[in-house]
Write a protein that binds this ligand. Structure first.
Ligand code: C2E
Ligand code: MG
Ligand code: MG
Length: 692
C-alpha cells in the first residue's frame, strides 16, 4: 500500500476523534450505571457494577484499538485474535475491580480505584500494542513511555475521583470527559513515544485479524455499549416509576394525621437517596420531636393530645414545598426529608420553616398552649453515605439539641457520635458501679431557719469512676434511670443512708432521693421496710424525697406506694418544687410532709421581685396545706434572712454546709454551730431540731 503522510494525518485525526467519542459515550453510560451501583446495595449493587464495568470496559477497549490504528492508519497491519480478546477481558476486569474499590468507604478509595483502572488501561495498551503486527518496525522513546504511564494513571484516578466525590451534578459527566480525554492523551503521547518505519520485507502472519475486521468488531462493541446502556436505562426508569407509585400508595397510612407513615418514609428515603447519589445532590433527613407533649397528654387527656397532634401535623404539612416530605414516626415524633441541591443551608432553612409552624399557640380545651418542636438533621452523603445511619444521626442531633434547649434546631456533627459513645460506655460501667464499690454517699446538712440548728441531712450519691474520677449525679442519675441501673443503686443508697443514720453518724432525719424509675417495682415499700428492719433505723428518722414526675408518670401506683410508706411512719418530701408542673393537684393528691422549694428561686433572692413573690406564694401555699417548706440552695446570709422572715421553716445550702462524705460530717456539724441563733419571735413554725 502506498503510504501517504498527508492522508495518514487526516485519517489519524478523524480516528482519534472517533476514539474519543466512543470512549465518551461508553463511559458516560458506564458512569450512569456506576452511580446507580453506589446508590444501591446487595445483589443489585453487584449487578450495576457489572453493567458499569462491561459498558466502560467495552468503550475503553474499542477506543484503545481505534487510537492504536490511528497511530498510522494507512500502514498495513493486523491484530492477534487471542490478545485482542484478552484486551477486552483486561478492560472489563480492571473496570470492575476499579469501581468496586472506588465505591468503598475508606479515605482514598476513589483514587485507589482509579489507579487500578489506570493500570488496566496501561496494560490494555501494552497488550494491544504487542498484538499489533505492522509491516515495518517500531522504536520506543523511554521518556515518552514514562510520561504516558504517569498521564494514564493520573487521569484515571481523577476520573474515578470525580465519579465518587461529585460536587455538582455535572461531575458524573466530568468523569466520562476525563476518561475520553485520557484516551486522546494516551494516543498522542504514544505517537510521540513510537516511531514506525514501514518495511515491505516484513511479512505479516496469516492468522492475524485484519484491521478492517477489527473495525467491525469495534463498531459492534460500540453498539453493544449503546444497546446495554439504553435498555438498562429503560428498565431502571420503569422500576423507579413503580417504586414512586408504591410510595404514593403507602403515603396516607397514618389514619390520625393523614401523613405518610414510617414505612412510606423508608421507601421515600431509599428513593431520594438513590436520586441524590445519581444527581450529586444533598439530601437532608430531619427528626422532629414535640416538646413536652407527654405532659399535655397527662394534663388534658389523650383525646386532646390527639387533636393537638393533628393540628401540628397540618401546620407542618402546610410548610412543605416541592422535593420535601413529611411523615409521622410514632407518638409525637415526625420525620422529614428535603432534597437540598448543593446548599447545606437549605436544610437549616427547612427546619426553621417547620419551627415557625409552632410560633402561634395551640388551643387545647379552650386554653392557649405553647408548643415547640426540637428538630435535628443530618445531610447525605456529607455526614454519612449510609442512608440508615442518616436517620440515626438526625435523631442524635435532635436529642442533643433538646437536652440543651427545647425547640432548638441542631445539625448533626461527628463529635456527637463521640459523646454518644462515651455515654454508652459510661452506662455500661454504671451497671457495675455498685458491685465495684464505686458509689458513695455525701451528706448535706439541713437547718432550721428559725434558730439555725441542724435538723437533718440529705444523702446525695456520688460516683467515683475508676478512670474519669468523680462524676456528678446530674450526669449519671439520668443515665442510670435510662438503663434502670438506678433500681440497684437506689437500693444501695437507701441501705447505706439508713445504716449511717442508725449508727449515729447523722443528726436528725436522713433524707434519701427516690427516682421515679424505682416506683416501677411493686415491692418498693416492702424493700424499704426490710432495710429499716435490717439496719434498725426508726422509720420516723427516714425521709424519702420524690419529684412531681413520680406522681405524674403513674398516679395511682405512685400514690399507693407513698401511702404505704407514710403508714410505716416514714416522712415524704416533694423535691424540686417549682421546676415541673407544680400543680396544686399534685400537692392535693397526697399529704406531703414537706415541700422542698427548688434552688432556682432561692438563688435570685432577695432582690428579684418576681422570685420573691413566687417564694412567698409557695410559703403561703405550704402553710395553708400544712406542709412545711424547705428552701434549697441557700448561699448567702441575706437569702437566709429573707426566707426566715417570710416564714420558711427549713433550709439547705452551701451557706450552712456543702455535701461531704460521712467521715467529714463531724467537722461540718461543728462548723455549723456558728449559725445557731436566737429564734425570731415573729416566725410561725418552730420545727423539731436536734442539737448540733
Ligand atoms: P436534689 O435532690 O435537688 O439535691 C440538691 C442538689 O443541690 C445537690 O446536687 C446539692 O449538692 C445541690 N446544692 C445544695 N446546696 C446548694 C447551693 O447552695 N448551691 C448550689 N448551686 N447547689 C446546691 P447534687 O448532689 O449534684 O445532686 C443533684 C441531683 O441528683 C439531686 O438534686 C437529685 O435529684 C439527684 N440525686 C442525688 N443523689 C441521688 C440519689 O441517691 N438517688 C436519686 N434518685 N437521685 C439522686
Ligand atoms: Mg433531693
Ligand atoms: Mg432538689
Amino acid at each position: 500500500m502506498l503510504h501517504s503522510a498527508a492522508y495518514s494525518f487526516a485519517y489519524q485525526q478523524i480516528l482519534v476523534l472517533i476514539a474519543g467519542a466512543v470512549c465518551l459515550f461508553g463511559t458516560w453510560v458506564g458512569m450512569r450505571h456506576f452511580a446507580r451501583a453506589r446508590a444501591t446495595d446487595g445483589a443489585t449493587r453487584h449487578g450495576w457494577l457489572f453493567m458499569a464495568s462491561v459498558g466502560t470496559g467495552a468503550a475503553l477497549w474499542a477506543s484503545t484499538f481505534i487510537s492504536i490504528l490511528a497511530l498510522d492508519p494507512l500502514l498495513t497491519s493486523g491484530f492477534e485474535p487471542v490478545a485482542t480478546g484478552a484486551v477486552l477481558v483486561i478492560a472489563v476486569i480492571s473496570c470492575l475491580v476499579g469501581f468496586e474499590i472506588g465505591s468503598r468507604h475508606f479515605t482514598l478509595a476513589p483514587e485507589a480505584g482509579g489507579l487500578v483502572m489506570g493500570c488496566g488501561v496501561l496494560a490494555m495498551h501494552f497488550v494491544a500494542l504487542k498484538a499489533w503486527h505492522i509491516q515495518g518496525s517500531f522504536e520506543w522513546n523511554a521518556y515518552a513511555v514514562a510520561i504516558t504511564f504517569v498521564l494514564g494513571l493520573g487521569l484515571s484516578a481523577l476520573a474515578v475521583n470525580r465519579a465518587n466525590r461529585p460536587v455538582t451534578r455535572w461531575c458524573r459527566h466530568g468523569a466520562a470527559i476525563v476518561l475520553a480525554f485520557m484516551i486522546c492523551v494516551m494516543h498522542y503521547s504514544l505517537t510521540a513515544a513510537a516511531s514506525m518505519a514501514p518495511d515491505a520485507s516484513v511479512s505479516l502472519p496469516s492468522y492475524l485479524l485484519p484491521a478492517n475486521l477489527l473495525a467491525v468488531a469495534v463498531v459492534s462493541a460500540v453498539l453493544l455499549v449503546m444497546g446495554s446502556g439504553f435498555s438498562t436505562y429503560i428498565i431502571d426508569l420503569r422500576a423507579r416509576t413503580e417504586s414512586a407509585d408504591r410510595i404514593h400508595q403507602l403515603s396516607f397510612n397514618d389514619s390520625m394525621t393523614g401523613l405518610p407513615n414510617r414505612i412510606a418514609f423508608n421507601e421515600r428515603l431509599a428513593f431520594d437517596a438513590a436520586e441524590a447519589h445519581e444527581k450529586a445532590h444533598k439530601l437532608a433527613a430531619f427528626s422532629i420531636d414535640l416538646d413536652g407533649f407527654k405532659d399535655i397528654n397527662d394534663l388534658y387527656g389523650h383525646g386532646a393530645g390527639d387533636l393537638l397532634l393533628i393540628e401540628a401535623a397540618e401546620r407542618m404539612r402546610k410548610q412543605l414545598a416541592g422535593g420535601e416530605f413529611l411523615a409521622r414516626q410514632s407518638g409525637d415524633e415526625f420525620l422529614a426529608l428535603a432534597t437540598s441541591g448543593n446548599y447545606p443551608h437549605d436544610a437549616q432553612a427547612f427546619a426553621e420553616r417547620i419551627s415557625r409552624a409552632f410560633a402561634e399557640p395551640f388551643t387545647v380545651q379552650g386554653h392557649a398552649v405553647d408548643l415547640t418542636a426540637s428538630i435535628g438533621f443530618s445531610l447525605f452523603p456529607t455526614d454519612t453515605p449510609e442512608r440508615d445511619q442518616l436517620l440515626s444521626n438526625a435523631k442524635l442531633a435532635m436529642q442533643r439539641g433538646k437536652s440543651t434547649r427545647q425547640g432548638s434546631i441542631c445539625a448533626y456533627s461527628r463529635e456527637m457520635d463521640d459523646s454518644a459513645r462515651k455515654r454508652r460506655a459510661l452506662a455500661r460501667d454504671l451497671d457495675h458501679a455498685t458491685e465495684r464499690d464505686e458509689l458513695m454517699l455525701y451528706y448535706q446538712l439541713q437547718t432550721s431557719l428559725n434558730d439555725g440548728k441542724i435538723c437533718g441531712a440529705e444523702a446525695l450519691m456520688r460516683w467515683k469512676h475508676s478512670k474519669f474520677g468523680m462524676i456528678s449525679p446530674g450526669e449519671f442519675i439520668p443515665l442510670a434511670e435510662e438503663t434502670k441501673a438506678i433500681m440497684e443503686m437506689g437500693e444501695w443508697a437507701l441501705r447505706a443512708a439508713c445504716r449511717d443514720a442508725a449508727i449515729g453518724n447523722i443528726p436528725g432525719t436522713v433524707a434519701v432521693n427516690l427516682s421515679p424509675v424505682q416506683f416501677g417495682r411493686e415491692d418498693l415499700a416492702e424493700m424499704i421496710h426490710g432495710i429499716l428492719m435490717e439496719t434498725g433505723l426508726s422509720p420516723s428518722r427516714l425521709e424519702v424525697e420524690v419529684t412531681e414526675s413520680t406522681i405524674m408518670s403513674d398516679q395511682s401506683r405512685g400514690l399507693h406506694i407513698l401511702r404505704k410508706l407514710k403508714a410505716m411512719g416514714i416522712t415524704v418530701a416533694m423535691d424540686d418544687f417549682g421546676t415541673g408542673y407544680s400543680s396544686l393537684a399534685t400537692l392535693h393528691a397526697f399529704p406531703f410532709d414537706k415541700i422542698k422549694l427548688d434552688q432556682t428561686f432561692v438563688k435570685r433572692l432577695p432582690h428579684d421581685a418576681a422570685a420573691a413573690a413566687i417564694v412567698r406564694t409557695v410559703l403561703a401555699l405550704g402553710e395553708s396545706l400544712h406542709m412545711p417548706v424547705l428552701a434549697e440552695g441557700i448561699e448567702t446570709e441575706a437569702q437566709w434572712d429573707f426566707l426566715a422572715q417570710a416564714g420558711c421553716a427549713k433550709g439547705q445550702g452551701f451557706l450552712f454546709a456543702r455535701p461531704v462524705a460521712v467521715a467529714q460530717l463531724p467537722t461540718v456539724i461543728e462548723a455549723a454551730a456558728r449559725f445557731v441563733r436566737e429564734p425570731a419571735p415573729a416566725t410561725a413554725a418552730a420545727p423539731e431540731t436536734v442539737a448540733a
